[in-house]
Design a protein around this ligand. Structure first.
Ligand code: SAH
Length: 410
């Protein structure tokens, strides 16, 4: 039988007997924890020697003696000789010091577990009967996978840690386009402050007692002003909560993520940012449009349609080797088209308007600068939509439509 304990070895004397490959494999864990490590071995393998040098570990260069155990809280023996390891284990038994014996088939009075960490959760796997490191590692890996993607209930029940904020990009909509890091942070969150766009379906998977605050901008309804969102984020974090600010697409692309980071830093609140596919790239992609394509478009210009068209945007629109991607541009389409034509872009320049990218109701309107306004009106194009202006928006870009005579011959 084994009982697992969470031991804290930081600052405690741990003796490693043997300096071979087993020591090299296992030392990093104890080094990371800050154990006061001594190694006793006549020689070291190259890896162990590197660790000794890098971390300034104490190395006693000779065979082990019983007196070496003095002061140790824990001994790890892996000498390559079952007899020496058994001697060390027996000395430990006498001295009442726990001993990990790495010899094949040996058990020792302590054993290392297969561990995984996710945030502040530590899971250790061991075996009650014989040692079976590969099985332990497999079970550990499976649990690590679940932890990593937020599939286990890791949300804190007791307030033991400080509040913090994660600005999490949710991507263009589908939950399976979120990163595993985003999923894990959501699983840890006490409060989620969400927008209307993005991976909103993920909110349904949260525990019922996770507070969800919707600050999304619905056209026509009053949005929560940005300074109030900032204040809300900071207040919850200061109250000791783990806050996820869930945003559509990427937090740093027209998402005001930078302002929210500043608000947290000014308030002394820990903040991290999790990137995600931005709709500027992922929505055209959903319609089969690569934003760059060798020989067609060598640059992309991403612009907020609600802003005035600056000289950089006009230059991009005029350049047939640049893809211009317009977010928040539906209401401004007429102004943008007029600006592009005035800047010298030909009326034949392809335009694609992709509505609700990655959603079941996704729709693409293919047109040209000359016809874009009329076609968008006729189609009743609505938000959210991404407008792509440039040669990559040609309907036949990836699969050229065959010329009629070739089609007939085929
Ligand atoms: N941070 C976000 C952009 C926020 S601005 C990102 O990186 O994607 C909001 C604009 O994004 C919308 O007006 C629209 O132009 C675009 N958008 C976001 N999701 C979209 C979707 N699923 N389909 C089409 N456009 C989308």
């Amino acid at each position: 039988m084994t009982t697992m304990f969470g031991l804290t070895l930081a600052g405690r004397d741990v003796l490693f007997v043997g300096g071979g490959s087993v020591a090299a494999r296992r030392l990093p864990r104890l080094i990371e924890e800050g154990a006061a490590i001594r190694i006793v071995a006549p020689a070291l393998s190259a890896e162990t020697s590197a660790l000794v040098e890098r971390h300034g570990l104490a190395w006693i260069r000779r065979g082990v003696r019983e007196r070496d155990l003095e002061g140790a809280w824990l001994v790890h023996t892996a000498t390559g000789s079952a007899r020496v390891d058994a001697d060390v284990a027996a000395w430990c038994e006498r001295a009442r010091v726990f001993c990990v014996n790495a010899s094949d088939g040996a058990h020792g009075s302590a054993r290392l577990t297969a561990e995984t960490r996710s945030g502040d959760v530590v899971v250790a796997v061991s075996s009650d009967a014989g040692v079976d490191p590969r099985r332990a590692a497999r079970v550990r890996n499976a649990i690590a996978g679940l932890l990593e993607r937020g599939a286990l209930p890791v949300r804190r029940v007791r307030d033991t840690a400080r509040g913090r904020v994660a600005l999490v990009g949710g991507g263009p909509g589908p939950v399976d386009l979120m990163t595993v890091r985003a999923r894990r942070l959501l699983a840890e969150a006490d409060v989620v402050i969400a927008d209307r766009l993005g991976a909103v379906d993920v909110l349904r998977e949260l525990d019922p007692d996770v507070e969800v605050i919707d600050v999304g901008k619905q056209p026509g309804l009053h949005p929560v002003p940005q300074h109030e969102i900032n204040a809300l984020i900071v207040a919850h974090a200061r109250a000791g909560r783990r806050v996820v600010r869930l945003k559509g697409g990427d937090p740093f692309v027209f998402g005001r993520g930078g302002e929210e980071v500043t608000a947290c830093l000014e308030a002394g609140v820990a903040v991290e940012v999790v990137p995600a596919p931005t709709s500027a790239v992922a929505v055209p992609q959903a319609a089969g449009i690569p934003v760059t394509q060798r020989g067609v478009s060598g640059a992309m210009h991403v612009v907020n349609g609600q802003a005035e068209l600056g000289s950089g945007t006009l230059a991009a629109l005029a350049d047939d080797t640049v893809t211009t991607v317009v977010l928040m541009g539906v209401a401004a389409l007429e102004r943008i088209v007029a600006g592009a034509l005035a800047a010298g872009a030909p009326g034949s320049r392809p335009v694609a308007i992709v509505e609700s990218g990655h959603a079941p109701q996704q729709r693409t309107t293919r047109t040209t600068l000359a016809d874009a306004v009329a076609h968008a009106r006729a189609a009743g194009v609505r938000n959210p939509a991404v407008i792509v202006i440039g040669e990559v928006a040609r309907p036949d870009l990836l699969l050229p439509v065959p010329a009629p005579e070739h089609a007939a011959a085929g």
